[in-house]
Design a protein around this ligand. Structure first.
Ligand SMILES: [Zn+2]
Length: 272
């Protein structure tokens, strides 16, 4: 798929898949480049990476969801959060299959369309080798720290670029956070996960996320935590995901004066 290259600064780039609109990030040091997420891969994506840097590339995933990791096959080695290592199972495959099965059985949507959408929801490792992310990645004159942030998937991580004071968060925080992809995540516990990371994020300025091209400012974390702690079942409306999930998926939403609507997609049992 076609990839748009956006230069964030002289050695930091955002690579956006034009169809699915998911961002990958390339951080170049003096010796290596770190590629955060591989999107859906493809020759055009690989060409975009090579166009941006001639450095050896270390590829890593913010988490093992298909829109972040289907391009892993383009690299010999891939780093992921320990809890998302493939031997622990693919975090979203079962969900994608069961939702697709529901739509095949209960709707008149052409099966070819459902099958195609289902493929976008499934991640299948190939020959690439998986390694657990270290706590620190040294790119040469640029260090990136890795912090586990379990909640969207068990192995979701944050990448902290110490030089630019930027956090790369994948899907771990955003205005439409998906909690139902990890049914054990309850709102208060996930707010506590972020609370426990706050000290380590002191001095950081902004957060780059996967499904918006604009960064969030670091103050978003406090608002996100407050939202998680204040949402109740009354704030929920049924989402368009109509079946095939363990419970119905609701969108729990409140409006924040500074940041606008803050939504969490979740099962009712997660709202506590
Ligand atoms: Zn995800």
């Amino acid at each position: 798929m076609a990839t748009k290259i956006t230069k964030i600064n002289q050695d930091t780039f955002m690579l956006t898949d034009k169809l699915i609109r998911v961002n990958q990030f390339l951080l170049c040091g003096e010796k290596r480049a770190l590629l955060i997420d591989t999107g859906y891969g493809g020759e055009k994506f690989l060409r975009a990476v090579k166009k941006v840097t001639a450095l050896p590339v270390t590829a890593a995933n913010s988490h093992l969801h298909p829109d972040h990791s289907c391009g892993n096959y383009l690299f010999e080695e891939i780093y992921v959060g320990a809890a998302d290592m493939p031997e622990n199972g693919m975090p979203s495959n079962e969900l994608a299959h069961s939702v697709a099965e529901y739509y095949r059985k209960n709707t008149h949507i052409p099966k070819a369309v459902i099958n195609k959408v289902e493929k976008f929801g499934v991640m299948q490792p190939r020959e690439e080798k998986y390694l657990p992310l270290p706590e620190l990645m040294d790119l040469g004159g640029r260090k990136v720290r890795v912090l586990p942030c379990p909640g969207h998937t068990p192995g979701s991580v944050l990448f902290l670029d110490e030089r630019d004071k930027t956090v790369y968060a994948g899907d771990a925080i955003n205005p439409a956070f998906w909690a139902f992809t990890c049914p054990n995540t309850v709102f208060s516990a996930y707010a506590d996960v972020w609370g426990s990371l706050k000290d380590k994020l002191c001095g950081y300025k902004e957060i780059r996320i996967s499904h918006h091209t604009k960064p969030l400012d670091i103050g978003y974390i406090d608002a996100f935590m407050e939202n998680l702690r204040s949402l109740t079942e009354k704030d929920g409306k049924l989402s368009f995901i109509k079946g095939g999930t363990k419970e119905p998926v609701y969108i729990y939403k409140k409006h924040n004066e500074k940041y606008g609507d803050m939504a969490v997609w979740a099962y009712p049992s997660q709202v506590r």
